[in-house]
Design a protein around this ligand. Sequence first.
Ligand code: FAD
Length: 524
Amino acid sequence: MDTKLLVTLAICRLIVAVGLTLDPTELSRLAVRGELSAEAADLEAASVDFGGVRRVEPMAVLRPANAGDVARLVRAAYESAHGFTVSARGHGHSINGQAMTAAGVVLQMSGAAAAVPKPLVSEKFMYADVWGGELWIDVLKSTLEHGLAPKSWTDYLYLSVGGTLSNAGISGQAFNHGPQISNVHELDVVTGKGESVTCSEEQNSELFHAVLGGLGQFGVITRARIALEHAPQRVRWIRVLYSDFQAFTKDQEYLISLHGQPPAQKFDYVEGFVIVDEGLINNWRSSFFSPRNPVKFSSVKSDGGVLYCLEITKNYDQSTADTVDQEIDVLLKKLKFIPSSVFTTDLPYVDFLDRVHKAELKLRSKGLWDVPHPWLNLFVPKSRIDEFDRGVFKGILGNKTSGPILIYPMNKNKWDERTSAVTPEEEVFYLVALLRSAVENGNESQTLKNLQSQNRDILKFCKESGIEMKQYLPHYSTQQEWKEHFGEKWERFQHRKLQFDPKHILSTGQLIFTPSFNAMTASW
Ligand code: FAD
């Protein structure tokens, strides 16, 4: 369909939905190079996300062709007589509608118009300049052409750069390199006033730190300069089991304490997961165990029916292939896992990084990917993790979980306090990720209602026990809850909002601020 026609359609929807006499020329002046659409299929795609628990239809969707398109749209919203919102959407992998908006336009950053800038790699300075909507899998492919790769990852690569940088971006490398937001040199951002600003530690640093972990509140990331390292060729991927929770966490904490050591003396990745029922040891997130590499669960003694699996990797290439096993042995000797429970596999680096996608394809083929995902991610302080184990893994969850539960510690000193990301006060804290899928198969424990109710019980348990956890990928619906979430950081967060998005038009799906024109609209 012709762009002008689409613009007019979008304008009409805005006028009808807002119920105001919005001047049609307001949006037609945009003259974007990308695709502005009000077609049902585009609106539907922007109305849903991976969580599958919330549905909000926007008035139009813009697939920008470049940063200029983003700036034109946000400026139009900012200068609009009656106002409309703009929500950047990466790959829509949020859980609770964080990238949705009703009173405006979804800016579809991933899968954008073909004209968006391709990744640009500097071998000399070891960085890649990438479009904000670029998926990490494509960043990896581009950098590997130069023998390089980003340092810090998420477990799953079909997420957008802008989407993970708006949260933190964590995986088993975070203990060593920090989250992805600690591995960015520079950003181009379109603020809530529609201004394009380049920012870094040295230049416009307040905006730079605001946007990192900023939940999309201060601007749209159109370019990110990502730190790179030499890409290893292969990975030894090891899993060992524990029945004793304290032995498990003590070993995890020891391994992450080695972050300052030379590469040969530490692992490259430290994660772990909880096995509440046997089905989950070969869980959907990994291609680790296979018929050729099975786990004989019955041979492992478990205490109270719960096992803990430490997952570690060591990267290597031709120059270190001869010493990798020896280095691993030295490290494993210091750990107190169940002796008969060492499982090792070996694979190319790319296959390791892209491991969750294989599982995705399997689940898709069974119709089990597009189901509701009432996920809950928490950062739990180290001093309270034993209590969390007793109260949640061995308590609230019973012995059915409906999905993987990750648990691994991180070092707070690898996180930059100036960013908007929020972590607990203690030097070491754990990610606990309850990544559960709701299925209607007659099993009451796996229904959406039941899993959501369990999530509420877990949050209530933390509150009543005084466990000062922080939600990761947070979801709250009142400003009072957001204030508590940000704690001492709230005042600065609010001040930054006033400075960079004074009309509160960006990423309203996070439900933190109300747009200044909200009084005139039914919902936003
Ligand atoms: P969206 O859901 O599209 O957007 C998320 C938020 O960011 C919204 O508020 C949106 O407005 C804002 N936003 C999006 N793009 C931009 C931009 N360019 N500029 C400014 N704001 C923007 N997270 C981890 O840290 N580690 C993991 O290992 C991990 N694994 C995951 C595995 C799966 C299968 C899934 C579904 C999610 C996983 N996540 C993980 C969570 C993921 O990082 C977040 O959900 C992230 O927001 C998803 O990115 P997205 O591109 O889909 O963002």
